[in-house]
Design a protein around this ligand. Structure first.
Ligand SMILES: [Zn+2]
Length: 93
């Protein structure tokens, strides 16, 4: 009986407000109903947005680091730099 109810369970996504079947949601052990509150579609969108935001943050961090470590970067030996470039070129081919 309980299993049958579980199988036909629907849930309203808190993101898009659409009622969807349980298999449209990712499982979440920590949730009371065992499912995430966002549907799979919204979950994907969420991850993409997070990635984009994170990318932006990461880039600004790298830029700041490069700005603060100009001297360090200059002191890297030209030899190891050339080696790295050669490796990168190989990988891109
Ligand atoms: Zn949704």
């Amino acid at each position: 009986m309980t299993e049958r109810i579980m199988g036909n369970m629907t849930k309203i996504c808190t993101k898009c407000s659409e009622e969807k079947t349980a298999d449209a949601f990712y499982k979440n052990k920590n949730a009371t109903d065992g499912l995430y509150s966002y549907c799979k579609q919204c979950h994907k969108k969420c991850v993409v947005t997070w990635c984009n935001n994170h990318k932006e943050k990461h880039r600004s961090y790298v830029m700041t680091w490069a700005e603060n470590n100009k001297e360090k970067q200059r002191s890297y030996s030209a030899k190891s730099y050339r080696k790295k470039v050669a490796l990168l070129k190989l990988r891109n081919e």
